[in-house]
Design a protein around this ligand. Structure first.
Ligand SMILES: *[C@@H]1O[C@H](CO)[C@@H](O)[C@H](O)[C@H]1NC(C)=O
Ligand SMILES: *[C@@H]1O[C@H](CO)[C@@H](O)[C@H](O)[C@H]1NC(C)=O
Ligand SMILES: *[C@@H]1O[C@H](CO)[C@@H](O)[C@H](O)[C@H]1NC(C)=O
Length: 364
C-alpha cells in the first residue's frame, strides 16, 4: 500500500527540513541508514566498545547507536581544525568523465596522493589495528567514509561530483549530487510499502531502529533485500581479492622495474586494498554506476564546454523510476551497512571470535 497524497505531502515537508541541511555529502539520512544496517549485523561485543571509545566521559542517556556517530564527520566539516579532512570524503579518477568515460585510477587520481576516501579508509583502519591514540576520531571517520564509498557521486571528480551540474527534481532546481544524496532517498522513503511501518519479527532489527522517518525503508531493505534477494551475495560483498590476484602491497616495497607491465596507475589503484579492507575493490562497481546510470546521456557534454542543455528533470520514470525499480540506492545502502559491520567486527569483536569479514545475521 502506498501512502496517500496527503500523507505524502506531509512527509515531504518533514523531509525537506532534514534535506535542506545537507550540502555536499551523502545526506545525513544515507549515512544514518547505512550505520543502522551495520549495527544490526554487528557482533554483540562491538557496539559497547565503540560507544565507550566515542563517548568516554558522557555516555548518551539512552541506547548508544551507530547512526549519530556516522554523521559526525559531516557535522565537523566546517570547522577550521578539520579542514584537512574534507578531501577524504570522496575520490576521483584522473580523466574520468561520466557518462562518456569512466576510469577509476587507471590514469591516477585527482588530488594529493592518498588524500581521498580510499586512503582515508585504509589509514583509519590501520590506525585502529595499531591501537594508536586518537582511535575515537579514527572510528568516527572510518564509519563515515565507508558510507561515502557507496555514494556514486563521491567516486567521480567530474564537476565536483555533480555539485556543479544543475538539474530539476520534481520541478525543483537542484544539482545532480543532491539528487543522489537526498532526493532519490526521499522518494524511496515515501514509496516504502505501508506494512513496513510495523515491527519486523526480529528483536535485533527493531533494537537498532530509533523511530526515524526512514525506519520502514530499513525494514524493507533488511526483509526483502538482505534476508532474501541478496542473501547469497553477502559473503562476496565483504570479501577482498587475495594477495595473488593483487599487485599492491608487495609492489609497494619494491622498485618498479623500468618498462614494468604494472603501470604506476595500476599500482596506485590497488595500494589501499589488503585482505581485510579493500576500498578500491569495493568502490569500483559503484564508480561504474556513473556511466551506467548516475549520469544520464543528456549530461554527456565535453569537459570545457558550458552546459548545452537546460537543467533536465530527473524525477521521471526513465531516471528515478528505473533506479527505484532496480533498487540501486537500496543496494548501495545495504552494501555500505554490511561492509561497515564486517570491518567493525574484524577490528573490535572479542579475540576468540575474531576472523575476517564475519557478520551476525539477525534471526527472524
Ligand atoms: C594517515 O593519516 C595521518 C593523519 O592525517 C597522516 O599523518 C598519515 O601520514 C596517514 N598515513 C597514511 C599511510 O596515509
Ligand atoms: C510487505 O508487503 C510487500 C508487498 O507490498 C510484500 O512483498 C512483503 O513481503 C511484505 N513484508 C512483510 C514483512 O510482510
Ligand atoms: C580544460 O580546461 C583546463 C583548464 O581550465 C585545461 O587544463 C584542460 O586541458 C582543458 N581540457 C580540454 C579537453 O580542453
Amino acid at each position: 500500500m502506498k501512502m496517500g497524497i496527503k500523507h505524502r505531502a506531509t512527509a515531504a515537508l518533514a523531509l525537506f527540513s532534514f534535506n535542506s541541511l545537507q550540502v555536499n555529502a551523502w545526506g545525513a539520512g544515507g549515512h544514518e541508514i547505512t550505520a543502522t544496517i551495520a549495527q544490526i549485523y554487528l557482533h554483540p561485543s562491538v557496539l559497547p566498545q565503540i560507544c565507550a571509545l566515542v563517548y568516554p566521559y558522557t555516555p548518551p542517556k539512552e541506547p548508544c547507536h551507530l547512526a549519530p556517530i556516522a554523521t559526525w564527520a559531516d557535522r565537523i566539516r566546517g570547522l577550521a581544525q578539520y579542514r584537512w579532512a574534507a578531501p577524504f570524503h570522496y575520490v576521483g579518477g584522473t580523466s574520468d568523465w561520466p557518462p562518456n568515460k569512466c576510469v577509476f585510477g587507471e590514469d591516477g587520481w585527482e588530488g594529493k596522493d592518498g588524500v581521498n576516501v580510499l586512503g582515508g579508509i585504509w589509514n583509519t583502519t590501520q590506525w585502529l589495528k595499531d591501537g594508536r591514540p586518537g582511535a575515537a576520531e579514527a572510528v568516527k571517520f572510518l564509519i563515515h567514509f565507508l558510507g561515502d564509498l557507496h555514494q556514486p557521486l563521491h567516486m567521480t571528480a567530474r564537476q565536483r561530483g555533480g555539485n556543479d551540474i544543475k538539474v530539476h527534481f520534481h520541478h525543483r532546481i537542484t544539482n545532480l549530487h543532491s539528487v543522489w544524496d537526498s532526493r532519490l532517498l526521499s522518494n524511496s522513503i515515501l514509496d516504502t510499502p505501508h506494512n513496513y511501518t510495523r515491527p519486523l519479527p526480529s528483536p535485533r532489527v527493531e533494537a537498532a531502529l530509533r523511530g526515524a522517518i526512514y525506519d520502514p525503508l530499513i525494514r524493507s531493505i533488511i526483509w526483502e533485500g538482505l534476508l532474501q534477494a541478496w542473501k547469497d551475495d553477502l559473503e562476496e560483498w565483504i570479501s577482498c581479492p587475495t594477495l595473488d590476484s593483487r599487485s599492491g602491497p608487495s609492489i609497494e616495497n619494491q622498485q618498479l622495474p623500468l618498462g614494468s607491465s604494472v603501470s604506476i596507475a595500476e599500482h596506485d589503484a590497488r595500494r589501499w586494498d589488503d585482505d581485510f579492507v579493500c576500498p578500491y575493490h569495493w568502490a569500483k562497481p559503484t564508480a561504474a554506476l556513473n556511466c551506467e546510470i548516475t549520469f544520464p546521456e543528456e549530461l554527456d557534454w565535453a569537459p570545457n564546454s558550458t552546459d548545452p542543455h537546460p537543467a533536465i528533470e530527473l524525477d521521471t520514470p526513465r531516471y528515478a523510476g528505473k533506479i527505484r525499480k532496480r533498487r540501486i540506492l537500496e543496494k548501495q545502502l545495504a552494501q555500505g551497512g554490511i561492509r561497515t559491520a564486517a570491518v567493525l567486527n574484524g577490528l573490535f569483536a572479542n579475540e576468540d571470535t575474531k576472523q575476517t569479514g564475519f557478520l551476525y545475521i539477525p534471526e527472524v
